[in-house]
Design a protein around this ligand. Sequence first.
Ligand SMILES: Nc1ncnc2c1ncn2[C@@H]1O[C@H](COP(=O)(O)OP(=O)(O)O)[C@@H](O)[C@H]1O
Ligand SMILES: CC(=O)OP(=O)(O)O
Ligand SMILES: [Mg+2]
Length: 404
Amino acid sequence: MTATRVLVLNSGSSSVKYQLLDMADSSRLAVGLVERIGEEGSRLVHEPLAGPGAGGGRRERAEVIADHGQALRAVAEELAADGLGLDSPELAAVGHRVVHGGTRFTAPTVIDDEVLAEIRSLIPLAPLHNPANVTGIEVARELRADLPQVAVFDTAFHASMPEHVARYAIDAATAEKYSVRRYGFHGTSHAFVSRATAALLGRAVEDVNVIVLHLGNGASASAVRGGVCVETSMGLTPLEGLVMGTRSGDLDPAVIFHLARVGGMSVDEIDSLLNKKSGLLGLCGDNDMREVTRRAEAGDESARLALAAYVHRLKKYIGAYTAVLGRVDAVVFTAGVGENASVVREATVSGLEELGLTLDPEANAARSPEPRLISTASARVAVAVVPTDEELEIATQAYALVTQ
Ligand SMILES: Nc1ncnc2c1ncn2[C@@H]1O[C@H](COP(=O)(O)OP(=O)(O)O)[C@@H](O)[C@H]1O
Ligand SMILES: CC(=O)OP(=O)(O)O
Ligand SMILES: [Mg+2]
């Protein structure tokens, strides 16, 4: 029997998303999510899509899940209950989303002790993400020691950014000493979506220039020229750039000095403020765009402000990346907000007609899980909604590596 299955683990700061895929036909055998890890109300939602458990629908396990280790053991149990356990000889690899790969990892990598140590050493550059990724790898190795574990890095797709884009304009020796440069994140999504957009336009990826707006809890924009990333909005860490659910995105770095000197705040307090209590949450008290748009439509002032700030930042990046690319073929919305929030798309594109962007309101309002155009037929620049599939992309890259 050839092993064609890949288990993909996407461990976030307080969640684990997972999918078991069969790469023989790219089908999904099981999908699930553990959320609110280490918080009140943690739960696991599991859905078998193939095998003996298929057809049984979603199962939910509401229990205290204290850490990522416990979460992954619970996931392994659920898969085993469906005859899809980690002991299956059909499993070819586990693919891990690893958020920060530093300058060393610019391609998918089979994880050995040394690679794991290096991923661990990058924790200071992604303190919200890499610790969970490390635990995911450790537990998966524990559960199935002989199985190849593959790391697929969020930063990899952005490694192609030119040096003058990746560098901050600070003292070169200091930057070198502390690895201070722009790395970029969500690369797996930006890569997948930029390729899918070329397919949607019916053109070769080498021939199209796209601006990808990945708007999830974390959000980032990228400029992709002919399939190669030339600029992205996140930097040293996933804090730079767009207004996000709980992160501030761009601000004057002097805000930090000011809060420390005048506000008496510690570095850790400011870190937590900017990463966890800012963005939409900071502006209006809600980080979920569904809630923000609902409140804004009901006339709530702070929600309107938060939405306006979110959209304004997006417009700035679309303008900037239009200048970077010179010619733009498509602006693409993806991830939770990008795929679902027609209000955000409408507000973002509105007023950008001079840049060649015009929405078709009906197409924008329509809901579909398929990649689709939402611009008018005559618009110079296509506007599209392209659902991202980081899990499929991770599985594809991991499987290619272990079967090459
Ligand atoms: N129907 C919707 N309308 C508006 N926003 C939505 C909708 N569905 C999901 N979202 C937003 O998508 C966000 C999550 O996006 P997702 O890509 O799943 O994020 P992540 O992978 O970073 O957890 C949620 O915070 C929510 O605000
Ligand atoms: C890198 C990053 O911001 O990831 P997420 O959107 O999953 O938080
Ligand atoms: Mg995401």
